[in-house]
Design a protein around this ligand. Structure first.
Ligand code: CA
Length: 244
């Protein structure tokens, strides 16, 4: 399973120590709320961002999503104030939705990583306040807060590899082959791939599998529950793949 990945990146073998989990659309079923909030906020300012398209921008910083839509429609960049205003409106709509529930299978995946002796960490572009509380309530004792990467830790959003490189650094100056990435979004998959990591795509949204595979996913599942049944096998095979 890992030989093609190792060949592509020029690594000799896997030596797994950590698994990096994206948050929205992986640990929490929050993406439909994010996509609808973007759609409503943009419409308030006369801008058009269809809900399905919002899924393709998942992982970008708010300002670069606004930049793309405004440049396409009005042929110019947004001012800093416009970015702030539109993003505040998006956050307002998002906060009107009920709290997103834990993605089915996510707890089992994180537990399995722990049970196999690896450390699960979270790498997210989100900067929501009360993030840590929510994670602790839903994944009691599974994630260490000091290793988490969130919006304030990075300068660039996905698809830039920085968030995942930062995750490797925070987890103890690890190498890409010490880690796997679990992602649901094309730009997140690309970020993990560009960071040099083995990327497990979990297609929990409305996009086609092809988009995630083309972004650089090494393997694809259709739900976190499906992944939870295979994760131990994947981790076990990482220790033997280089001998095959
Ligand atoms: Ca995501």
């Amino acid at each position: 399973m890992f030989s093609e990945y190792l060949n592509t990146h020029g690594y000799a073998s896997m030596c797994l120590k950590t698994v990096m989990f994206d948050m929205d659309g992986v640990l929490f079923d929050s993406m439909p709320y994010h996509a609808k909030s973007w759609n409503h906020a943009m419409a308030d300012f006369g801008l058009d961002l269809p809900v399905d398209e919002a899924f393709t921008h998942e992982g970008r910083t708010g300002s670069s999503t606004i930049e793309i839509v405004m440049r396409r429609q009005w042929g110019r960049s947004p001012s800093e104030d416009e970015c702030k205003e539109i993003y505040a409106r998006k956050s307002m709509y998002f906060n009107e939705f009920p709290e997103a529930t834990r993605m089915p299978g996510a707890y089992e995946c994180a537990s399995e990583v722990r049970r196999m002796g690896l450390t699960p960490i979270i790498v997210t572009g989100s900067g929501q306040v009360s993030l840590l509380d929510r994670i602790e309530r839903n994944f009691k004792g599974l994630f260490k807060s000091e290793w988490m990467v969130c919006a304030r830790d990075v300068k660039y959003g996905k698809p830039h590899p920085e968030p995942y490189l930062m995750g490797l650094r925070k987890a103890g100056d690890l190498q890409p082959f010490n880690s796997m990435v679990i992602e649901n979004a094309p730009l997140g998959v690309e970020a993990g791939h560009r960071a040099g990591c083995f990327v497990i795509a979990v297609n929990t949204g409305p996009l086609s599998d092809r988009i995630l595979l083309d972004a650089g996913a090494d393997i694809l599942f259709h739900s976190m529950t499906e992944l939870s049944h295979s994760l131990a096998g994947i981790i076990t095979s990482s220790g033997t793949s280089y001998r095959s």
